[in-house]
Write a protein that binds this ligand. Structure first.
Ligand code: SF4
Length: 333
Protein backbone atom coordinates (compact mmCIF):
# COMPACT_ATOMS: atom_id res chain seq x y z
CA UNK A 1 0.00 0.00 0.00
CA UNK A 2 1.49 3.33 -1.08
CA UNK A 3 4.87 1.61 -1.43
CA UNK A 4 7.72 3.91 -2.40
CA UNK A 5 11.44 3.49 -2.85
CA UNK A 6 13.20 6.78 -3.47
CA UNK A 7 16.98 6.92 -3.80
CA UNK A 8 18.77 10.20 -3.05
CA UNK A 9 21.02 11.27 -5.91
CA UNK A 10 24.34 12.71 -4.91
CA UNK A 11 27.48 13.59 -6.83
CA UNK A 12 29.24 16.54 -8.32
CA UNK A 13 30.95 19.10 -6.11
CA UNK A 14 31.30 17.80 -2.50
CA UNK A 15 28.76 15.04 -3.21
CA UNK A 16 25.95 17.57 -3.10
CA UNK A 17 22.41 16.23 -3.11
CA UNK A 18 21.07 16.26 -6.67
CA UNK A 19 17.48 15.31 -6.06
CA UNK A 20 15.66 12.01 -5.73
CA UNK A 21 15.23 9.03 -8.04
CA UNK A 22 11.69 7.70 -7.57
CA UNK A 23 12.23 4.06 -8.56
CA UNK A 24 8.93 2.99 -6.96
CA UNK A 25 6.48 5.80 -6.35
CA UNK A 26 3.32 4.97 -4.41
CA UNK A 27 2.38 1.46 -5.57
CA UNK A 28 -0.85 -0.26 -4.44
CA UNK A 29 -0.93 -3.89 -5.45
CA UNK A 30 -2.42 -7.19 -4.23
CA UNK A 31 -0.76 -10.56 -4.80
CA UNK A 32 -3.33 -13.27 -4.21
CA UNK A 33 -2.27 -16.47 -2.44
CA UNK A 34 -1.61 -19.50 -4.64
CA UNK A 35 -1.60 -17.41 -7.82
CA UNK A 36 0.98 -15.81 -10.08
CA UNK A 37 1.03 -12.07 -10.53
CA UNK A 38 3.08 -10.94 -13.54
CA UNK A 39 4.79 -7.58 -13.14
CA UNK A 40 5.75 -6.09 -16.50
CA UNK A 41 7.21 -2.92 -17.98
CA UNK A 42 10.26 -1.59 -19.80
CA UNK A 43 13.71 -1.60 -18.17
CA UNK A 44 13.94 1.18 -15.63
CA UNK A 45 10.21 1.15 -14.78
CA UNK A 46 10.88 0.04 -11.18
CA UNK A 47 9.65 -3.56 -11.33
CA UNK A 48 12.90 -5.08 -10.03
CA UNK A 49 13.09 -2.50 -7.24
CA UNK A 50 9.50 -3.28 -6.25
CA UNK A 51 10.32 -7.02 -6.12
CA UNK A 52 13.34 -6.31 -3.96
CA UNK A 53 11.29 -4.17 -1.58
CA UNK A 54 8.85 -7.06 -1.14
CA UNK A 55 11.63 -9.46 -0.11
CA UNK A 56 13.04 -6.58 1.97
CA UNK A 57 16.36 -6.55 0.14
CA UNK A 58 15.59 -2.81 0.16
CA UNK A 59 13.94 -0.95 2.99
CA UNK A 60 11.10 1.02 1.36
CA UNK A 61 11.09 4.76 2.00
CA UNK A 62 7.29 4.83 2.48
CA UNK A 63 4.24 2.59 2.49
CA UNK A 64 3.35 -0.83 3.86
CA UNK A 65 3.81 -4.45 2.71
CA UNK A 66 0.95 -6.31 4.35
CA UNK A 67 1.72 -10.00 4.47
CA UNK A 68 -0.40 -12.80 5.91
CA UNK A 69 2.09 -15.31 7.27
CA UNK A 70 1.86 -19.09 7.62
CA UNK A 71 0.49 -18.53 11.15
CA UNK A 72 -2.46 -16.54 9.70
CA UNK A 73 -1.38 -13.27 11.32
CA UNK A 74 -0.94 -10.17 9.18
CA UNK A 75 2.27 -8.15 9.50
CA UNK A 76 3.73 -5.13 7.76
CA UNK A 77 7.04 -6.40 6.38
CA UNK A 78 8.14 -2.82 5.68
CA UNK A 79 7.99 -1.96 9.39
CA UNK A 80 9.86 -4.96 10.83
CA UNK A 81 13.41 -4.86 12.19
CA UNK A 82 15.99 -7.28 10.79
CA UNK A 83 15.50 -9.58 13.81
CA UNK A 84 11.69 -9.54 13.50
CA UNK A 85 12.02 -10.24 9.77
CA UNK A 86 13.93 -13.51 10.18
CA UNK A 87 10.91 -15.91 10.10
CA UNK A 88 9.51 -14.05 7.08
CA UNK A 89 12.82 -14.25 5.26
CA UNK A 90 12.14 -17.99 5.11
CA UNK A 91 8.61 -17.50 3.76
CA UNK A 92 9.34 -14.82 1.16
CA UNK A 93 12.20 -15.68 -1.20
CA UNK A 94 13.82 -14.23 -4.30
CA UNK A 95 14.93 -16.12 -7.41
CA UNK A 96 17.72 -14.14 -8.97
CA UNK A 97 17.89 -13.21 -12.59
CA UNK A 98 21.21 -14.65 -13.68
CA UNK A 99 22.22 -18.17 -12.61
CA UNK A 100 25.78 -17.52 -13.80
CA UNK A 101 26.46 -14.74 -11.33
CA UNK A 102 24.17 -15.71 -8.46
CA UNK A 103 25.96 -18.99 -7.63
CA UNK A 104 29.34 -18.73 -5.91
CA UNK A 105 31.66 -20.79 -8.18
CA UNK A 106 33.80 -21.85 -5.17
CA UNK A 107 30.94 -23.67 -3.46
CA UNK A 108 29.48 -27.07 -4.24
CA UNK A 109 25.77 -27.39 -4.98
CA UNK A 110 25.42 -28.95 -1.54
CA UNK A 111 26.87 -25.88 0.17
CA UNK A 112 24.93 -23.46 -2.00
CA UNK A 113 21.58 -25.11 -1.31
CA UNK A 114 22.40 -25.86 2.34
CA UNK A 115 23.27 -22.25 3.16
CA UNK A 116 19.72 -20.98 3.93
CA UNK A 117 18.98 -24.21 5.82
CA UNK A 118 22.08 -23.70 7.94
CA UNK A 119 21.39 -19.99 8.58
CA UNK A 120 17.84 -20.80 9.71
CA UNK A 121 18.97 -23.80 11.82
CA UNK A 122 16.96 -26.38 9.89
CA UNK A 123 18.55 -29.58 11.18
CA UNK A 124 21.85 -31.34 11.78
CA UNK A 125 24.49 -31.75 9.08
CA UNK A 126 23.16 -35.12 7.97
CA UNK A 127 19.54 -33.91 8.02
CA UNK A 128 20.56 -30.96 5.86
CA UNK A 129 22.32 -33.36 3.45
CA UNK A 130 19.05 -35.30 3.13
CA UNK A 131 17.11 -32.09 2.51
CA UNK A 132 19.60 -31.00 -0.18
CA UNK A 133 19.21 -34.38 -1.93
CA UNK A 134 15.40 -34.03 -1.83
CA UNK A 135 15.57 -30.46 -3.17
CA UNK A 136 17.85 -31.47 -6.03
CA UNK A 137 15.41 -34.21 -7.02
CA UNK A 138 12.44 -31.78 -6.72
CA UNK A 139 13.99 -29.52 -9.33
CA UNK A 140 14.82 -32.43 -11.64
CA UNK A 141 18.53 -32.86 -10.81
CA UNK A 142 20.29 -35.96 -9.50
CA UNK A 143 21.12 -36.08 -5.79
CA UNK A 144 24.70 -37.18 -6.67
CA UNK A 145 25.33 -33.73 -8.17
CA UNK A 146 25.49 -32.28 -4.66
CA UNK A 147 29.28 -32.45 -4.53
CA UNK A 148 29.92 -30.83 -7.89
CA UNK A 149 30.55 -27.16 -8.60
CA UNK A 150 28.28 -24.83 -10.64
CA UNK A 151 30.70 -24.57 -13.60
CA UNK A 152 29.99 -28.24 -14.42
CA UNK A 153 26.39 -27.38 -15.30
CA UNK A 154 24.47 -25.70 -18.10
CA UNK A 155 22.55 -22.44 -17.64
CA UNK A 156 19.24 -24.28 -17.26
CA UNK A 157 20.68 -26.68 -14.67
CA UNK A 158 22.18 -23.80 -12.72
CA UNK A 159 18.83 -22.05 -12.68
CA UNK A 160 17.36 -25.27 -11.24
CA UNK A 161 19.96 -25.01 -8.46
CA UNK A 162 18.94 -21.37 -7.85
CA UNK A 163 15.31 -22.52 -7.60
CA UNK A 164 16.25 -25.38 -5.23
CA UNK A 165 17.99 -22.87 -2.97
CA UNK A 166 14.97 -20.54 -3.06
CA UNK A 167 12.69 -23.45 -2.13
CA UNK A 168 14.91 -24.82 0.64
CA UNK A 169 12.98 -23.10 3.43
CA UNK A 170 9.51 -23.97 2.08
CA UNK A 171 8.59 -20.41 1.12
CA UNK A 172 5.02 -19.26 0.51
CA UNK A 173 5.80 -16.31 -1.75
CA UNK A 174 8.56 -16.37 -4.36
CA UNK A 175 9.62 -13.26 -6.25
CA UNK A 176 11.02 -14.51 -9.57
CA UNK A 177 12.96 -11.60 -11.08
CA UNK A 178 13.53 -12.20 -14.81
CA UNK A 179 13.98 -15.84 -13.78
CA UNK A 180 14.34 -17.16 -17.32
CA UNK A 181 15.65 -14.12 -19.22
CA UNK A 182 19.28 -15.22 -19.14
CA UNK A 183 18.48 -18.72 -20.45
CA UNK A 184 18.42 -20.09 -23.97
CA UNK A 185 14.95 -20.09 -25.48
CA UNK A 186 14.97 -23.91 -25.58
CA UNK A 187 15.53 -24.13 -21.81
CA UNK A 188 13.04 -21.44 -20.80
CA UNK A 189 9.96 -23.62 -21.25
CA UNK A 190 11.48 -26.34 -19.03
CA UNK A 191 12.14 -23.88 -16.20
CA UNK A 192 8.69 -22.28 -16.55
CA UNK A 193 7.08 -25.74 -16.42
CA UNK A 194 9.15 -26.55 -13.35
CA UNK A 195 7.97 -23.38 -11.59
CA UNK A 196 4.37 -24.24 -12.48
CA UNK A 197 4.71 -27.85 -11.23
CA UNK A 198 6.22 -26.61 -7.95
CA UNK A 199 3.29 -24.22 -7.57
CA UNK A 200 0.79 -27.01 -8.14
CA UNK A 201 2.62 -29.24 -5.63
CA UNK A 202 2.88 -26.78 -2.78
CA UNK A 203 0.49 -23.88 -3.45
CA UNK A 204 3.30 -21.37 -3.95
CA UNK A 205 2.50 -17.76 -4.77
CA UNK A 206 4.69 -16.04 -7.37
CA UNK A 207 5.43 -12.47 -8.23
CA UNK A 208 6.83 -13.01 -11.72
CA UNK A 209 8.84 -9.95 -12.77
CA UNK A 210 9.59 -9.82 -16.48
CA UNK A 211 9.97 -7.48 -19.44
CA UNK A 212 8.77 -10.30 -21.73
CA UNK A 213 5.00 -10.08 -22.16
CA UNK A 214 4.95 -13.24 -24.26
CA UNK A 215 6.24 -15.28 -21.30
CA UNK A 216 4.06 -13.53 -18.73
CA UNK A 217 0.94 -14.38 -20.73
CA UNK A 218 1.74 -18.07 -20.26
CA UNK A 219 2.61 -18.04 -16.55
CA UNK A 220 0.55 -15.32 -14.88
CA UNK A 221 -3.03 -15.38 -13.60
CA UNK A 222 -3.06 -11.60 -13.16
CA UNK A 223 -0.80 -8.90 -14.57
CA UNK A 224 0.30 -5.48 -13.30
CA UNK A 225 1.90 -3.03 -15.73
CA UNK A 226 4.43 -0.51 -14.38
CA UNK A 227 5.56 2.77 -15.86
CA UNK A 228 8.09 5.10 -14.20
CA UNK A 229 7.64 3.72 -10.70
CA UNK A 230 3.84 3.47 -10.81
CA UNK A 231 1.35 0.72 -11.58
CA UNK A 232 -0.78 1.90 -14.52
CA UNK A 233 -3.02 -1.14 -15.07
CA UNK A 234 -3.86 -4.34 -13.16
CA UNK A 235 -6.26 -7.06 -14.19
CA UNK A 236 -6.55 -10.75 -15.03
CA UNK A 237 -4.20 -11.99 -17.74
CA UNK A 238 -7.09 -12.80 -20.11
CA UNK A 239 -8.54 -9.31 -19.76
CA UNK A 240 -5.23 -7.57 -20.22
CA UNK A 241 -4.17 -9.47 -23.31
CA UNK A 242 -7.53 -9.35 -25.05
CA UNK A 243 -8.64 -5.84 -24.09
CA UNK A 244 -5.92 -3.55 -22.72
CA UNK A 245 -7.30 -0.29 -21.37
CA UNK A 246 -4.21 1.78 -20.70
CA UNK A 247 -2.51 3.20 -23.81
CA UNK A 248 0.89 2.09 -22.51
CA UNK A 249 -0.33 -1.50 -22.07
CA UNK A 250 -1.75 -1.38 -25.55
CA UNK A 251 1.60 -0.26 -26.98
CA UNK A 252 3.53 -2.95 -25.07
CA UNK A 253 1.16 -5.66 -26.26
CA UNK A 254 1.28 -4.50 -29.85
CA UNK A 255 4.99 -5.38 -29.85
CA UNK A 256 4.46 -9.02 -28.75
CA UNK A 257 4.84 -11.36 -31.75
CA UNK A 258 1.55 -13.13 -32.44
CA UNK A 259 2.10 -16.89 -32.87
CA UNK A 260 -1.31 -17.35 -34.53
CA UNK A 261 -0.86 -16.86 -38.30
CA UNK A 262 -4.65 -16.44 -38.78
CA UNK A 263 -4.56 -13.21 -36.82
CA UNK A 264 -1.50 -11.91 -38.64
CA UNK A 265 -2.06 -8.46 -40.01
CA UNK A 266 -4.97 -7.75 -37.65
CA UNK A 267 -2.77 -6.27 -34.96
CA UNK A 268 -1.28 -2.88 -35.64
CA UNK A 269 2.11 -2.18 -34.15
CA UNK A 270 2.23 0.97 -32.05
CA UNK A 271 5.64 2.57 -32.09
CA UNK A 272 6.33 4.51 -28.92
CA UNK A 273 8.52 7.51 -29.52
CA UNK A 274 11.13 8.55 -27.00
CA UNK A 275 12.50 6.73 -23.99
CA UNK A 276 10.82 5.88 -20.71
CA UNK A 277 10.88 9.02 -18.52
CA UNK A 278 13.81 9.54 -16.16
CA UNK A 279 12.50 8.62 -12.67
CA UNK A 280 14.46 11.54 -11.18
CA UNK A 281 12.69 14.00 -13.51
CA UNK A 282 9.21 12.70 -14.15
CA UNK A 283 7.08 14.96 -16.35
CA UNK A 284 4.13 16.76 -14.73
CA UNK A 285 0.68 15.20 -15.07
CA UNK A 286 0.54 11.69 -16.49
CA UNK A 287 4.13 10.41 -16.69
CA UNK A 288 3.25 8.71 -19.99
CA UNK A 289 1.89 11.83 -21.69
CA UNK A 290 5.02 12.70 -23.76
CA UNK A 291 4.71 9.31 -25.50
CA UNK A 292 0.94 8.86 -25.54
CA UNK A 293 -0.97 9.17 -28.79
CA UNK A 294 -4.22 9.99 -26.95
CA UNK A 295 -2.92 12.71 -24.59
CA UNK A 296 -5.17 15.72 -23.96
CA UNK A 297 -4.54 19.00 -22.15
CA UNK A 298 -5.37 17.65 -18.67
CA UNK A 299 -2.92 14.75 -19.16
CA UNK A 300 -0.11 17.33 -19.06
CA UNK A 301 -1.12 18.73 -15.68
CA UNK A 302 -3.14 16.17 -13.67
CA UNK A 303 -1.65 12.90 -12.41
CA UNK A 304 -4.12 10.06 -13.11
CA UNK A 305 -4.79 7.86 -10.07
CA UNK A 306 -5.13 4.08 -10.23
CA UNK A 307 -8.91 3.51 -10.09
CA UNK A 308 -11.54 0.89 -10.81
CA UNK A 309 -12.79 0.90 -14.42
CA UNK A 310 -14.87 -1.97 -15.82
CA UNK A 311 -13.68 -4.50 -13.20
CA UNK A 312 -10.00 -3.67 -13.40
CA UNK A 313 -7.68 -0.94 -12.19
CA UNK A 314 -6.32 1.67 -14.58
CA UNK A 315 -4.47 4.97 -14.16
CA UNK A 316 -5.64 6.94 -17.20
CA UNK A 317 -7.92 9.97 -17.40
CA UNK A 318 -9.52 8.63 -20.57
CA UNK A 319 -9.99 5.00 -19.54
CA UNK A 320 -13.81 5.16 -19.92
CA UNK A 321 -13.73 6.80 -23.33
CA UNK A 322 -11.03 4.45 -24.58
CA UNK A 323 -13.06 1.50 -23.34
CA UNK A 324 -16.10 2.74 -25.27
CA UNK A 325 -14.05 3.36 -28.38
CA UNK A 326 -12.12 0.10 -28.07
CA UNK A 327 -8.44 0.79 -27.66
CA UNK A 328 -7.45 -1.44 -30.55
CA UNK A 329 -9.31 0.77 -32.99
CA UNK A 330 -8.09 4.03 -31.58
CA UNK A 331 -5.25 6.11 -32.95
CA UNK A 332 -1.96 4.36 -33.61
CA UNK A 333 1.17 6.49 -33.58
FE1 SF4 B 1 -2.41 8.94 -22.26
FE2 SF4 B 1 -3.67 10.85 -20.88
FE3 SF4 B 1 -4.23 8.32 -20.37
FE4 SF4 B 1 -1.87 9.33 -19.66
S1 SF4 B 1 -3.86 9.93 -18.87
S2 SF4 B 1 -2.22 7.40 -20.65
S3 SF4 B 1 -1.47 10.72 -21.36
S4 SF4 B 1 -4.61 9.40 -22.29
Amino acid sequence: EGLAMHFPLSGGFLGRNRGVLKAVDGVDLTIRAGRTLGLVGESGCGKTTLGRCIVRAYEPTAGAIRYRGADGAEVDLAALSERELKPYRAEVRLIFQDPHSSLDPRKTLRDLIAEPLRVHGRGSRSEIDDQVATLLRRVGLRAEYAHRYPHAFSGGERQRVVIARALALDPRLVVADEAVSALDVSVRAQILNLLKDLQDESGLTYLFVSHDLGIVEHVADDVAVMYVGKVVEVTSTDDLYTRPLHPYTEALLSAVPDPDPRSRGKRSRIVLHGEIADPSRTPPGCPFHPRCGYAEARCRTEVPQLREVGGRKVACHLAEQLELKGVAEAVTV
